[in-house]
Unconditional design. Structure first.
Length: 131
């Protein structure tokens, strides 16, 4: 596969990896299982148990496993056609996916900040209205 196509695959394949990692580790739809994993990661009896459950609470850690799944699913290799291509593509996909996650997080924080400012302004306007 030509290098330009490999780079295209890299940036596109990182999108669903970032999406799955973010959704499982942050969104409300997975809150109950995530709360259970947080509890087990703090109160687990063995270090292995604590580390296993921590994987489902950290988007960076979880993105490694999502990446492994997508590599198995797609067979994507970067730069080299053998097992080394899998290793390179794995770490590259994790890195790009986490760049996407960071950008999304920053955008989400900005949107939340704007909504909070609007709510405060509305509250001030309501307080200053004549009764």
């Amino acid at each position: 596969m030509p290098i330009y196509l490999q780079i295209t695959w890299l940036f596109i394949l990182a999108i669903p990896i970032a999406c799955v990692a973010w959704t499982v580790t942050h969104e409300e739809v997975f809150r109950e299982p995530r709360d259970y994993c947080v509890k087990c990661s703090k109160e687990g009896k063995t270090i292995l148990q604590r580390k296993f459950f921590y994987l489902f609470t950290c988007e960076y850690c979880f993105s490694h496993y999502v990446t492994a799944f997508f590599l198995i699913l797609t067979g994507f290799k970067l730069l080299l056609p053998d097992w080394r291509g899998y290793v390179i593509s794995g770490f590259s996909l994790v890195w790009i996916a986490n760049v996407y996650i960071s950008l999304y997080s920053l955008i989400k924080i900005d949107i939340k900040e704007e909504k909070t400012k609007e709510q405060l302004e509305e509250k001030k306007l309501k307080e200053n209205e004549p009764k």
